[in-house]
Design a binder for this molecule. Structure first.
Ligand SMILES: *Cc1c(COP(=O)(O)O)cnc(C)c1O
Length: 435
């Protein structure tokens, strides 16, 4: 059954089961089958190019969907966690993800966080020379349980979205490899530390083309080979190639695919798959985006200055990037009637606005959609990563519930709650109401 059909059935079931009504005008949905399909595709793509018997640890970048049941689900699909804060580490552990299936990559790890990760044997990538010095002090003359690496910024340039491009000349992430003296410093840093056995790069996220991602991996592989040659042994045994596969927000097609990327890596960096290196990946958006839908009720419609505006319950609180950077993060919007049936025809150019009290709170501008009316529903598509899971607390709007769904062959929809809708009591307490 096509994912679009599953989505339509789920929207219908949401209305029938009153998961969305006048009390709760906003919900988020996650199609479990879409997540499973993405996880299988990731495994298959790397299995195809990896030397048999060599280990690939796929991890999920927790920031893309920081919900414990989602992390547990992915762990069940053979995908661990990449965490970038103590909070994300706590979520991964709460989901039951084993320490040896977690990688810690924050750029601002405190001594407390470093010590905790080392105590638990969690792999981490140091971001910079000062962090490496902290590790020296914590490790002393011992041999750490944690596999340890260094993050390299190959300084290859930006993709189409500056804020998502981590491999620019002046990026805040990793050791800037092309800076004067940096390469020699990195080689020495490894030779002086026999326990430094990994190397990490993540060239960027949405907007970074595949060839640029592959060029980042190429640079890191080349450097690892140079260091291993200088060490006279396979000191670096694992390369962490980051995540960043872009997502197609313009249609239902999954493009580019993990297969395309894995095959590009095989042709551009054949040594990656020689069997000499274990690999770690850290995909986020590409595993979850297509599985998510934000569903909101249209509360009012109006005309202003010749423009039709639909005021809905989905705005900056669940689509923060789209509202603040609309050109970089356009979302598709689908229209349903009050019974949850797809609306077709009667096309009209409209703004789709959210509930927040600022004028720019629009998730779509001048967009041709079936004429929306109060009581209709709008669906923000491809919002499984970095949308409802990372809400913005503006206007004290309640965080929506997130429901996973599955559709049986006969069309029957089953929901499982992933995150309860926030309650007034929780909102008040989190806002200092207990003080
Ligand atoms: C954000 C991030 C990722 C995941 O990026 P996606 O574009 O969501 O795949 C992976 N690794 C690191 C270090 C990151 O910061």
């Amino acid at each position: 059954m096509a994912s679009t059909i599953r989505r339509d059935l789920a929207v219908r079931a949401v209305v029938e089961r009153e998961l969305l009504d006048d009390h709760v005008p906003l919900v988020a949905l996650l199609d479990i089958e879409t997540v499973h399909t993405a996880a299988l595709a990731l495994h298959a793509a790397f299995d195809e190019v990896t030397a048999s018997g060599r280990h690939v640890l796929h991890t999920f970048a927790v920031k893309a969907c920081s919900l414990v049941p989602v992390l547990r689900l992915l762990d069940g699909f053979g995908i661990g966690c990449e965490v970038a804060s103590a909070g994300e580490l706590a979520l991964a552990r709460a989901a039951g993800v084993a320490p040896d299936r977690i990688v810690l990559d924050s750029p601002a790890k405190t001594v407390t966080e470093l010590r905790a990760a080392l105590d638990q044997g969690i792999a981490l990538n140091a971001d910079n020379p000062q962090e490496l010095a902290r590790l020296d002090a914590l490790i002393g003359s011992g041999r750490p349980r944690s596999p340890l690496g260094l993050r390299i910024n190959p300084q290859l340039g930006a993709g189409s979205i500056d804020a998502m491009s981590t491999a620019t000349a002046t990026s805040k992430f990793g050791v800037a490899l092309k800076d004067e003296g940096a390469r020699d410093w990195v080689v020495r840093a490894y030779l002086d530390r026999p326990w430094l056995t990994r190397m990490h790069c993540h060239t960027g996220s949405q907007g970074v083309p595949l060839w640029l991602m592959a060029a980042g991996v190429h640079a890191v592989h080349e450097l690892a080979e140079e260091i291993n040659a200088a060490a006279g042994r396979q000191q670096i045994d694992t390369l962490d190639i980051g995540g960043g596969l872009p997502v197609n927000f313009a249609g239902d097609l999954v493009t580019p695919t993990y297969h395309e990327y894995a095959r590009l890596l095989r042709s551009e960096v054949p040594g990656l798959f020689s069997g000499r290196y274990a690999l770690t990946t850290e995909f986020g958006r590409s595993l979850l985006a297509k599985a998510g839908t934000v569903l909101a009720r249209v509360e009012y419609t109006k005309d202003a200055g010749g423009r039709r505006v639909a005021i809905t319950h989905a705005g900056a609180q669940v689509a923060t990037r789209t509202v603040f950077a609309p050109d970089a993060w356009p979302l598709r919007v689908a229209a349903y009637d009050g019974h949850g049936r797809p609306k077709n025809g009667g096309m009209l150019r409209q703004d789709v606005a959210g509930p927040c009290c600022f004028a720019g709170d629009l998730v779509a501008r001048d967009r041709e959609l079936p004429a929306l009316e109060p009581g209709d529903l709008v669906a923000l598509l491809d919002t499984g990563a970095y949308y409802f899971s990372t809400p913005f607390g503006y206007n004290s709007l309640l965080r929506p519930g997130v429901h996973g769904f599955s559709v049986a062959d006969d069309g029957a929809v089953t929901f499982a709650t992933i995150r309860r809708p926030q309650t007034w009591e929780e909102l008040i307490t989190e806002s200092g109401g207990d003080r």
